[in-house]
Write a protein that binds this ligand. Structure first.
Ligand SMILES: Nc1ncnc2c1ncn2[C@@H]1O[C@H](COP(=O)(O)OP(=O)(O)O)[C@@H](O)[C@H]1O
Ligand SMILES: [Mg+2]
Length: 312
């Protein structure tokens, strides 16, 4: 099965219509969606390189749902052996029946190939070398030979999508040029503040005067964790989402329903501790605690910035 064949079979897909329908599920990300779609519609595999929370999974889910194909997740780490990726024979059944195609339990790679799904390997660069080689072969041949099972030929919509976090300690330079040479690549960065506010509003469903202040505040302090000098990697938009959800519950517990309440800034601080302290990764050389860093950010936002301190 040649790679060209899969391109031919995909040609009838109306990629413009796909884009329009997928975009309806996303806040922003027009460029990233267009480029990712172009790659997968062209029959190519791609690595998305970007920190967590930058819409990678959301985009892939929307595309695969639109095409009606499965999205299979795999986390790249030292335990991801070729057998885990490809599959294994059920040992109890092998004892009874010996090896056969029936007692083979497909791993995510084989499942994705059989069903024509996207295999999404997060933290791709952390997978062991021999696992990557297995994957490269499947990508190049669009088929895989499995002992005692036979050859599995990938359906035309099978794709490998990899992701990498540029802040990862395990550098991307680890990957050999033969890996890079087989993948397209798109760097995805954080969204701007307005888009992040839109995402937080969508995902929390929060509204009303308190939410109208809490959402921009949560997004602002979350973004500040990414700029702080002592932080290696700040929080993703997931931190801002949780900050709003937790903050709204704290407001109920404390009987605060108005953002001009003098207790509001402290409420945000407490919500920040819960939602952000575990999501910021400090530089190894730094003696500060995450709480101390968050206190600095909170002070910068609420005390040094008069507009935030006094919404009137
Ligand atoms: N463009 C977007 N539109 C709507 N929601 C989004 C968007 N980007 C991210 N989100 C939301 O933010 C969270 C993290 O996004 P996700 O796509 O899982 O990030 P990643 O896969 O890059 O780590 C999810 O709750 C997701 O629903
Ligand atoms: Mg993800």
């Amino acid at each position: 099965m040649s790679e060209l064949e899969s391109v031919d079979e995909l040609a009838p897909i109306d990629v413009s219509a796909t884009r329009a329908r997928v975009a309806a599920h996303l806040v922003g990300r027009e460029r990233e969606l267009e480029l990712t779609l172009a790659a997968v519609a062209a029959g190519r595999d791609i690595v998305l390189e970007g920190p967590p929370g930058t819409s990678k999974t959301t985009m892939l889910k929307a595309i695969t749902e639109e095409w009606g194909i499965p999205l299979l997740f795999v986390e790249g780490n030292a335990d991801l052996t070729p057998a885990k990726l490809v599959g294994h024979h059920n040992p109890a059944r092998v004892l009874r029946e010996d090896y056969n195609a029936d007692n083979f339990v497909a791993g995510p790679l084989v499942e994705a190939m059989r069903e024509g799904g996207f295999l999404y390997i997060e933290e791709f660069n952390r997978a062991p070398e021999d696992t990557l080689n297995t994957l490269l072969t499947a990508m190049a041949d669009r088929a895989i030979a499995i002992p005692r099972v036979g050859t599995v030929i990938a359906k035309p919509t099978f794709r490998v999508i990899a992701s990498m976090n540029p802040y990862d300690n395990v550098g991307t330079t680890r990957l050999s040029t033969s890996v890079h040479d087989r993948l397209n690549r798109l760097s995805v960065d954080y969204q701007d503040a307005a888009a992040e506010e839109g995402i937080v509003r969508l995902r929390t469903g929060a509204s009303g005067p308190l939410a109208d202040r809490l959402i921009p505040d949560a997004v602002a302090v979350t973004r500040m964790t990414r700029e702080h000098q002592d932080v290696r990697q700040g929080s993703s938009v997931r931190g801002a989402i949780d900050c709003v959800l937790v903050g709204l519950q704290l407001a109920v517990l404390r009987g605060i329903d108005d953002p001009t309440d003098e207790r509001y800034p402290e409420l945000v601080y407490d919500a920040m501790i819960l939602s952000l302290s575990g999501r910021i990764h400090l530089d190894e050389s730094v003696e500060l605690t995450p709480e101390a860093v968050l206190r600095e950010i909170w002070e910068d936002h609420f005390i040094l910035l008069p507009a935030a301190a006094d919404p009137g």
